[in-house]
Design a protein around this ligand. Sequence first.
Ligand SMILES: *[C@@H]1O[C@H](CO)[C@@H](O)[C@H](O)[C@H]1NC(C)=O
Ligand SMILES: *[C@@H]1O[C@H](CO)[C@@H](O)[C@H](O)[C@H]1NC(C)=O
Ligand SMILES: *[C@@H]1O[C@H](CO)[C@@H](O)[C@H](O)[C@H]1NC(C)=O
Ligand SMILES: *[C@@H]1O[C@H](CO)[C@@H](O)[C@H](O)[C@H]1NC(C)=O
Ligand SMILES: *[C@@H]1O[C@H](CO)[C@@H](O)[C@H](O)[C@H]1NC(C)=O
Ligand SMILES: *[C@@H]1O[C@H](CO)[C@@H](O)[C@H](O)[C@H]1NC(C)=O
Length: 418
Amino acid sequence: MTTRRIHLLFRLSVVAVLTLGAGRVIVDSSRNSHSMWPSSSMLLEWTTGRRYTTAVPIDVSVDEEIEEGCNVFQGSWIRDNESFPLYGEESCPFLVKQTTCVRNGRSDSFYQNWRWQPDACDLPRFDGMKLVEMLRNKRLMFVGDSVQRGMFESMICLVHSALPPVVRRSLHRIPPRKVFRVEEFNASIEYYWAPFLIESISDHATNHTVMKRLVKLDSIAKHSKEWEGADVLIFESYIWWMYKPTINAMYGSLDNVQEYNVTTAYRLAMETWANWVDSRINPETQKIFFATMSPTHLWSWEWKPRTDGNCFSETHPIEGPYWGTGSNLDIMGIVEDVLGRLKVNITVLNITQLSEYRKDGHPSIFGERKGKLLTKEQRSDPKNYADCIHWCLPGVPDTWNEIFYALLLQDYRDQSII
Ligand SMILES: *[C@@H]1O[C@H](CO)[C@@H](O)[C@H](O)[C@H]1NC(C)=O
Ligand SMILES: *[C@@H]1O[C@H](CO)[C@@H](O)[C@H](O)[C@H]1NC(C)=O
Ligand SMILES: *[C@@H]1O[C@H](CO)[C@@H](O)[C@H](O)[C@H]1NC(C)=O
Ligand SMILES: *[C@@H]1O[C@H](CO)[C@@H](O)[C@H](O)[C@H]1NC(C)=O
Ligand SMILES: *[C@@H]1O[C@H](CO)[C@@H](O)[C@H](O)[C@H]1NC(C)=O
Ligand SMILES: *[C@@H]1O[C@H](CO)[C@@H](O)[C@H](O)[C@H]1NC(C)=O
């Protein structure tokens, strides 16, 4: 298969699913009653009628620690219909229709029943009460594109399902941000739209298209001033770069627009971002994470030779070693290189390999296009209309958050930042 073909297909698929309409917005304030009991010490506080006004030290038990030397990103998917999914699609009012695959008509929900099992240790069970206690009087912010927005939505659903009904929570849209607040804890979990991290003409929260890209490789201040007040930040940027192998970009002078190779442009953008991190982040009070590329499953011949489909109708993860051509190794190398040279310590959430196995986890034809569910005609044409980029929820991003949570808990215990 030639590289040319890959780029062309990538291009069509990306256009199909990254073009948004307005009206995908939820502004919601809810006191939902579909809550599970919290498993942490906070349950006691609540049942005795107290509000969550005083900080409670979080008890991190030995079996919640990540064993020394364990690479949590190396492991396998285990079928687990007892503990998973961690919340119900119907019980989380904050999900947008891009991700509610079963509600949109997907008939198999197998993809919701998988647990990520690292080879060398166990992950702690996600405890939403411990998470909001760690975030007391703090702001956690997810920054990136619509894949990152899926991770944000997964996180607020995980937290929502763990909070007792009396705890007030709300989701507000303040473009390009979305802010989820848990009042009693004065905790915020936020999302900030910045598909390239640096400034671009695609920065409007809803009015943007991947077909017209122009990035400003050395400009970040417009966004970064909004990030500086956050206590925990998690960044991600990939798919918008991959629409074509070249991109229009400015560097220095505003009237000097040139076509750059994406790899060159990506490196320059990451360096701009890295300079900001090194000059403006206080490692004593702030904590930074970077999530690596989320894989796509656009060509079924990669895991099933001599086929000509995509993620459509896939119901099981890939077994054994697998790395698709959609996860660009040059980009991965640049991320590794730039992050490795930072002065500030940051944590890499290397979710690429574990997500590579999950060809079954995408919305496929049960997603949306331009803010609308697919029509019957579009559904009968998965080759052109399947979304093999985003992820159904509950689903794969819940695992990213379980790992993220485990790392935050580790940090908390080590008394480093939060
Ligand atoms: C879970 O899976 C087991 C074995 O695959 C099956 O026997 C059981 O009925 C399933 N439980 C549910 C709730 O689906
Ligand atoms: C509430 O949290 C914000 C940060 O999100 C912090 O600046 C503020 O001081 C907190 N309020 C109180 C009363 O602690
Ligand atoms: C979207 O942005 C384009 C270019 O920036 C502008 O011409 C157009 O009017 C905008 N559309 C809406 C609905 O705001
Ligand atoms: C852009 O990439 C192409 C193909 O990889 C390469 O031949 C070319 O030299 C690159 N150009 C620049 C300016 O880096
Ligand atoms: C992420 O993990 C892969 C192996 O799964 C590795 O090749 C890559 O270098 C890692 N990336 C970073 C940024 O550490
Ligand atoms: C960064 O992390 C490493 C390993 O966790 C640690 O040894 C080092 O002291 C940290 N550096 C700073 C500046 O915190």
